[in-house]
Design a protein around this ligand. Structure first.
Ligand code: F6P
Length: 360
């Protein structure tokens, strides 16, 4: 049996992209007579403009621990996929042309929510698609876990750990701003793991007075410092009530004054409590470096799961993990849905039980 597969990584990178592709290719190498692998450069860009490399099993050896992506990636917004490029090229038709020209049996697409929407569009256009859920945000509906998430949790946790020692020396308030886009999963987990005193996530809008109260309470109890884990998408109760358009305007106005939400919160905390506040933004370090052991196992399982789906000829699915088991989730069911933190989730309730404030 000969199999011709295309591989691409799209959107923001994360740890374990290489480990996952390795899982797919090794999983197939052991079961087919001949395998042709076309690796597209820089995500959908490579598929649109026919830029690819032919890869062999050897290219996937020794990359289990390597961060980033050997294929390169780029952001190609889903909403622009139906918009012709600057030369009038129909991107969707161009992607289909590349696929058919190379006589691919299927296209394996590693990416987050936006990438998944385009993967689903290509499925609707008749291509054989398998989507593999990558993102440090863990915000993909239909899978309990995305690869990249646990590695990022470790890095963000380490940032909070490091802040702990300096915070204790100086007796200040510290904010560690954590990535996650519109979802608070990464902040919630890193915040708990790093022993943050206050965790602010988009799903639980904060009241700055409650945040100040939590800081003052700690000071009265003789604690010399307070550490806040703040999601980059954290939102105040007031702002959460604004209509979408008004909130967008608010964010535009804020961007003129502050680099991110943490800086606004820091000013408000100083005004409310008189405390000296410092901000740390680990930023893209959270997506960098090698995948942690958990992600290496998860990505190997997801990669092998994709190989099995290809051998079964089952396409149009995301390979997720649900209650510990690899699951083929129809793209028609999951594409376009965001997985957010449930404010009543046991993890949130446990954090509240031990006295972590969410500023609500
Ligand atoms: O989706 C992953 C992510 O790292 C988010 O957490 C973050 O908001 C965004 O990507 C940053 O994107 P970029 O790398 O394009 O700045």
């Amino acid at each position: 049996m000969i199999k011709r597969i295309g591989l691409l990584t799209s959107g923001g990178d994360c740890q374990a992209l290489n480990a996952t592709m390795r899982g797919v290719v090794k999983g197939l190498t052991n079961s087919v007579d001949e395998l042709e692998v076309y690796g597209f450069d820089d995500g959908y860009k490579g598929l649109i403009y026919g830029k690819y490399q032919m890869l062999t099993a050897k290219d996937f050896s020794g990359i289990l621990t390597q961060g980033g992506t050997i294929l390169g990636t780029s952001r190609q917004p889903f909403k622009l996929m139906r918009v012709p490029d600057e030369n009038g090229l129909d991107k969707v038709e161009a992607m289909k042309r590349t696929y058919y020209k190379l006589c691919l049996d299927c296209l394996v697409i590693l990416g987050g929510n936006g990438t998944q929407k385009t993967a689903n569009l290509l499925r609707e256009e008749g291509l054989n698609i398998i989507h593999l859920p990558k993102t440090i945000d863990n915000d993909i509906w239909g899978t309990d876990m995305t690869f990249g998430f646990q590695s990022a949790v470790n890095i963000a946790t380490n940032a909070i750990d490091c802040i702990h020692t300096t915070a204790a020396s100086h007796g200040r308030v510290f904010i560690v701003e954590v990535m996650g886009h519109k979802v608070g999963s990464l902040t919630l987990h890193a915040g708990i793991a790093g022993g943050a005193d206050i965790i602010l996530i988009p799903e639980i809008p904060y009241d700055i007075k409650k945040v100040a109260e939590a800081i003052n309470r700690r000071a009265r109890a003789g604690k010399r410092f307070t550490i806040l884990a703040v999601a980059e998408g954290a939102i105040s109760k007031e702002d959460a009530k604004l209509p979408k358009k008004k909130y967008k305007e608010k964010l535009e106005a804020r961007a003129k004054k502050y680099p991110s939400v943490s800086y606004e919160i820091a000013d408000q905390i100083s005004a409310e409590t008189g405390a000296e506040v410092r901000i740390t933004v680990p930023g893209h370090t959270q997506r960098g470096g090698e995948p942690c052991a958990y992600d290496r196992v998860l990505s190997t399982r997801i990669g092998a799961g994709a190989a099995e789906a290809i051998l079964d000829g089952e396409y149009g699915v995301m390979i997720g993990i649900v209650e510990g088991k690899i699951k083929r989730v129809p793209l028609a069911e999951c594409a376009g849905k965001l997985k957010t933190v449930d404010p009543k989730d046991q993890t949130v309730l446990a954090a509240k039980r031990i006295g972590i404030s969410f500023g609500d």
